[in-house]
Structures are given as structure tokens and as C-alpha cells.
Design a protein around this ligand. Structure first.
Ligand code: ATP
Ligand code: MG
Length: 354
């Protein structure tokens, strides 16, 4: 099997890989699962959330104390406030995800049993029936939770809350909600224009974990896998340059290595990445073109410290949670990495003055 630096979606067996289970505190997560906690796992785009969650699912199922199911609910995105369609599509997704791993019809039976129920209790009843039919507690990982919006998201969060007291016999032992933002911080706009926060719809005792970027050691470890496989060395002088360009952002680290860099070519490789406008770059550029992002990012780029009181804290949080700026206690805000700085300097706005 020829291995490669993956730049397209979650890790596969033939991608050079940092063990996904080493990227978060597995012991801590296992403890939270034992304690029947519900929690949020969040990180910016292309950080490795899905790879970590799939690895966690497989780890738990292999260990055998729980039945772990991973479901990506992105499919509900298009239906927006149409909660009936969204709830049904999530139940279908969960059913398919369960069947994929466990090859029996327990989830199908639960789904059939809840058809015709009110949409605001369909998911909670489905989970209740499914959990009661399983011989072990269910750990449910819901990915791309922030693809859902408005009435649909609130209905899902409320239904999760409503069954919480019945865990683990008649509701999941643990539910992990995974996405870019901490769902508890959302301001969710309903179809009647009311605003509720994710935290009030999901007000169960929950924590949130944020998945970080690669360390310098992990970048070495990843690139060394390629050297071991092919004999091709990375000049040591590359590593500080890769660090400045990426600061460990996982997709960027893979994308740079993809171009088989030597120190003299690193600037060219960075240009290539930007020029190609792969998904990750496109996503960051789209954000950088939003006025609410620009008003936060441009002063930080120009080192015009510090927090501008006329800008809302939500706008700062949005930039931090999307990984564009770094906010560390006691330090000035800064742009997350060299490649994002380049993207900002290429923006069609005046980055000299402001
Ligand atoms: N364990 C890992 N080792 C090496 N590279 C990784 C690892 N996990 C993620 N990556 C890099 O990050 C990219 C995105 O991975 P993944 O799809 O798991 O992240 P994600 O945070 O779920 O992304 P998205 O926000 O698009 O859903 C991969 O294509 C790869 O470049
Ligand atoms: Mg993902």
C-alpha cells in the first residue's frame, strides 16, 4: 500500500497519520463516558475532528464496554428550519450508521416504531427504544452538529436534553456533539425570529473539549513517516519554515508536505497551496471576506493592539473558533499562521492603513 499525505477528508489507512487517539486526552474522555457525561468536541475546519471521532468509535467498539455509533448529520443542512425533514433525516442517518457497524436491524425497528409520532419527540423516542433494545450502553457521536440551524437545531438539542435523565438504560450513556463552534455558545435564530442560545436548549451538565493543532514534534513524526516509506529526507531547515507557515494546522501541514518541499521551494509551495484554493483555503477566504471577520482580523494583522470595544465579543469568538486568530491568556491576539497572514495580505482591501 502506497501511503500519502492526505488533504481530502478524514484519515484513511493509507494516509500518513498521527495516531488520532493521541490527539486528545483519551483517559479524560473515557472518564467522562464512564460518568455518563454529554459533551462537545470542537475545533476549526480540517483539524481532524472526524478522524478522531471515528478512531474513538472504533476504539470503544473494540474494547466492548459500549456500543459506539458515529453519525454525520450534515445531510440536514439543506432543510434548515424544516424540522420534520431534518429530524427524520437524522434518524435515517443514525439508523444507517448503526447498521453499518453492527449489522442487525435494531435501529431499523426503533425507526419504524416512531413513525407517526410528533416530530419534537421522534428523535428522543427513537433513541430511547434503540437503547432499550441494546445489550450495552450506547455512546453516540454526532458530527457536524453546527450544520443544523434554527428550529431544527433547537428541536434536536431539546430532544437530547429530554431523555438525559433516562440514561444509560433508556437513553445514550454519552452523546458527543462535534463541530466547529461550541454549540452551547450559539445564538440560534428561530423561524419566529426569537433567539435562544445553544446552552439553554442543551442545558445539561456538559463540558467542551477543543482539539488542538499539531505540535512541532508531531510535524516531525508525520514527515518522518514519509522518509521511512520512500527514503526521501526533509531538510532539517524546512521544519522551522513549516512551523511558521502552518503553526501545526493539520491540513496545512499535510498540504505543504504534499509538495515535496526543500527549503528553497517552501515559498513556492505556499503559493501553490494558496493558488490551488483547495477546500480549506477556500473556506478561510470565504470567512476573510465577511465584514464581521475583517473588522476583527485586519487590526490584528496590522498589530493594532488590542481588543476594540466597539467590536462584539461574538465576532472575536467567531474568529477564534474558526482558527483564524489565536487568543492566549496574557498574550496579544495574533493571526494563527503564516499562510493565513498571506491570505489576508492578498485580500482586496487596504491592509496598509485602517
Ligand atoms: N491524525 C491525523 N494525522 C495526520 N493528518 C491529519 C490527522 N487528522 C486530520 N489530519 C489532516 O486534517 C485533514 C482533515 O481531517 P478531518 O476530516 O478528520 O478533520 P475535520 O476537523 O473533521 O474536518 P472538517 O471540519 O472538514 O469536517 C485531513 O485531510 C488531514 O490533512
Ligand atoms: Mg469532519
Amino acid at each position: 500500500m502506497e501511503r500519502f499525505f492526505n488533504t481530502a477528508g478524514p484519515q484513511t489507512p493509507d494516509s500518513y497519520t498521527i495516531d488520532p487517539l493521541s490527539r486528545f486526552d483519551l483517559e479524560d474522555v473515557l472518564l467522562m463516558i464512564r460518568q455518563q457525561r454529554y459533551f462537545v468536541m470542537h475545533a476549526p475546519r480540517q483539524t481532524g475532528k472526524t478522524s478522531c471521532m471515528l478512531a474513538l468509535r472504533d476504539y470503544l467498539n473494540k474494547k466492548g464496554d459500549y456500543i459506539a455509533v458515529y453519525a454525520n448529520v450534515e445531510g440536514g443542512q439543506a432543510s434548515r428550519n424544516d424540522k420534520e425533514t431534518v429530524v427524520k433525516s437524522i434518524i435515517d442517518t443514525l439508523t444507517g450508521a448503526y447498521r453499518l457497524v453492527f449489522k442487525n436491524d435494531k435501529a431499523d425497528l426503533a425507526r419504524n416504531a416512531v413513525q407517526g409520532l410528533s416530530v419534537d419527540s421522534m428523535l428522543s423516542q427513537y433513541l430511547s427504544l434503540l437503547c432499550q433494545s441494546l445489550e450495552k450502553p450506547l455512546v453516540l457521536i454526532i458530527d457536524e452538529i453546527d450544520a443544523l440551524v434554527g428550529d431544527s437545531l433547537v428541536s434536536i438539542l431539546r430532544q437530547i436534553r429530554s431523555g438525559y435523565a433516562d440514561r444509560p438504560k433508556a437513553f445514550p450513556q454519552t452523546i458527543i456533539l462535534c463541530g466547529v463552534r461550541d454549540v452551547r455558545d450559539y445564538r440560534i435564530v428561530l423561524s419566529n425570529q426569537d433567539i435562544v442560545t445553544g446552552g439553554s436548549a442543551f442545558n445539561i451538565k456538559a463540558t467542551s473539549l477543543r482539539l488542538g493543532n499539531f505540535s512541532k514534534e508531531e510535524i516531525h513524526e508525520l514527515y518522518l513517516q514519509h522518509t521511512q516509506e520512500t527514503g526521501q529526507q526533509f531538510d532539517e531547515a524546512c521544519f522551522p519554515m513549516v512551523w511558521d507557515a502552518t503553526e501545526g494546522q493539520p491540513w496545512l501541514v499535510n498540504a505543504l508536505a504534499h509538495d515535496h518541499i526543500i527549503p528553497e521551494m517552501i515559498d513556492k509551495a505556499i503559493e501553490n497551496i494558496i493558488y490551488r484554493r483547495d477546500t480549506h483555503i477556500n473556506h478561510i477566504l470565504k470567512l476573510l471576506n465577511e465584514p464581521n471577520v475583517q473588522k476583527v482580523v485586519l487590526p490584528v494583522y496590522l498589530n493594532q493592539e488590542n481588543i476594540d470595544p466597539s467590536i462584539s465579543i461574538e465576532d472575536y469568538d467567531n474568529c477564534v473558533e474558526n482558527g483564524i486568530i489565536n487568543r492566549e491568556r496574557g498574550k496579544p491576539l495574533r493571526i494563527a499562521n503564516g499562510i493565513y497572514k498571506k491570505l489576508i495580505s492578498n485580500l482586496n482591501v487596504d491592509t496598509k492603513t485602517t
